[in-house]
Design a binder for this molecule. Structure first.
Ligand code: PLP
Length: 497
């Protein structure tokens, strides 16, 4: 098998192994790690269609994480995709109103982030061993709501690691916040920030970039890493389920071998849809990659105009995990369409940093032909949830509803009949308040858990364990920091001076 190495989007000369890229998270130059060459699947669709989730996970990950031994990788996979998931299939595929819904939310924290974050801690501790790292790894994570809890659940009580999660206070759902602040594990810390998600993400990037702090940490036996989707150890496990979806639909006779499918992804940081793009480049017959945004529609505008412009009002919407104006993972795509020219990438990212905007060249824009952008307003999101429920009984969460609406707009406009998979990114229970408001047509001032029980009754779905757990769990974290002082949380938690 080919040895796949990684380089930084901002310096093509900086070459590291997969395990080193996972350990570092972000390159020292601020760039993101990308494979020097995207591997091709070395199994046929026929072979893949006879495999289960874990087997496909191995077939995909072995290509990207080529410095892990077979035993190491299989161990990581076995430890990740086990009874933490409430279904043996790991990722069921539902069919509703003319599309397939790839249900990525059956893990411990009922959002798709579990797909990658249940394996990342294992990849990371294995990578630390391989590279003789003696320091304790300190994971810093900015969250728009779902990454935080999934990362906490993944890293809680994992030996040799600690984790600090920063979330925008007031910018996440009631259930998301409860899930995080009740987190157990002495190696965990949860911090509310007076700011929005972009503030949290920028703050974390600044802490990573602080060389003095890194030295101070090293002297005390610590080093940072990231559990955000900038980490290649997050991105690669997400490629798996697009390969799985295709293979399963072929196995079920829904797709003929080689027949193309479209993929619709409700997008925020551009990680999930980039994983689909990787799957396509590895050989999965994907036609269109449809990028669905909420009212924070920077990506929609980008695909329309070739201009990325974050100079606009940040909207708090009913799909909070997509309330993002700086989509970090887009940098990987920019680098690829710039012909892997790190100078071009650096110059665009500097413009983004200084002016909040950049424009790509017509050449680069041409390479985006497989991407289609769309967006849905909050009102449209609610209407989509209600119409789907009334028509089919299937319940969408608010994020998946954004994708569903964008998909139906796309079909109306193009009459494209290609079979389509919609990434279903969260359980409706995670966003019960908004989902029930949509279904019942009015806001309710009842306690959230009343609504949870009513959603369960009307949908016939059992209340997920992740929700039952937080009904009565005590609050364990109540730190609130100004966005300028995020580093103080690190100092406090690690008892630095
Ligand atoms: C994180 C998240 C998204 C956005 O995914 P990205 O990889 O950031 O584009 C969409 N829906 C839900 C429920 C999420 O948690």
């Amino acid at each position: 098998m080919e040895n796949i190495l990684y380089k930084s989007t901002r310096d093509s000369q900086k070459i590291v192994t997969a395990s080193q890229a996972i350990l570092k998270g972000l390159s020292d130059d601020g760039g993101l790690f990308v494979p020097v060459k995207l591997p091709k699947l070395d199994r046929s669709i026929k072979e893949l269609s006879g495999m289960g989730y874990k087997e496909i996970a191995y077939e995909v990950m072995k290509l990207f994480f080529s410095d892990f031994t077979q035993e190491e990788l299989k161990n990581c996979i076995d430890n990740a995709y086990d009874s933490k998931f409430d279904t043996e299939e790991i990722v069921p595929i539902a069919s509703a109103d003319g599309a397939f819904y790839l249900e990525l939310y059956h893990g411990a924290t009922i959002a798709f982030k579990d797909m990658a974050l249940s394996i990342l801690p294992h990849l990371m501790t294995t990578a630390a061993k391989k590279n003789n790292i003696k320091n304790e790894i300190v994971i810093l994570t900015a969250t728009s709501g779902d990454t935080g809890k999934a990362a906490l659940a993944g890293f809680a009580d994992v030996k040799g690691t600690r984790i600090i999660v920063y979330y925008p206070k007031g910018g996440v759902s009631f259930i998301q916040e409860r899930q995080m602040v009740t987190q157990k594990g002495d190696n965990t810390m949860v911090v509310g920030i007076k700011g929005n998600f972009d503030d949290c993400q920028t703050g974390v990037k600044n802490i990573f970039g602080d060389k003095e702090l890194a030295k101070e940490l090293d002297a005390k036996g610590f080093q940072f890493s990231s559990a955000n989707s900038i980490n290649i150890g997050r991105l690669v496990p997400q490629v798996v389920y697009y390969v799985y979806a295709y293979a399963k639909l072929v196995a079920r006779g829904e797709l003929k071998e080689g027949e193309k499918m479209n993929v619709v992804v409700p997008t925020g940081n551009f990680g999930n849809i980039l994983a689909a793009y990787f799957a396509k480049n590895m050989g999965i017959p994907i036609a269109k990659l449809i990028c669905a945004s909420n009212e924070n529609k920077v990506l929609f505008d980008f695909f329309e105009t070739g201009i990325y412009d974050r100079n606009r009002e940040f909207m708090l919407t009913n799909s909070p995990s997509m309330d993002i104006l700086i989509s970090s993972n887009l940098e990987r795509l920019i680098y690829m369409i710039a012909g892997e020219d790190s100078q071009k990438d650096v110059s665009l990212m500097q413009q983004l940093n200084k002016e909040g905007r950049y424009e790509i060249t017509p050449d680069m824009k041409e390479k985006l032909a497989d991407f289609v952008g769309g967006y849905a307003t909050q009102e449209e999101t609610c209407r989509t949830i209600k119409e789907m429920f009334d028509k089919t009984g299937y319940v969408l969460d608010t994020h998946t509803a954004v994708a569903s609406k964008v998909y139906s707009d796309y079909v109306n406009k193009t009459k494209d009949t290609t079979k389509t998979v919609i990434a279903s990114t969260a359980s409706p229970f995670k966003f019960t308040t908004s989902v029930m408001e949509a279904i019942e047509g009015k806001k309710s001032d009842e306690p959230d858990f009343e609504l949870v029980d009513r959603l369960s009754r009307i949908s016939g779905m059992k209340v997920p364990k992740a929700i039952e757990e937080i009904r009565t769990a005590p609050t364990r974290h109540d730190h609130i920091y100004e966005k300028e002082n995020m580093v103080d949380a690190v100092r406090e938690f690690l008892a630095l001076s």
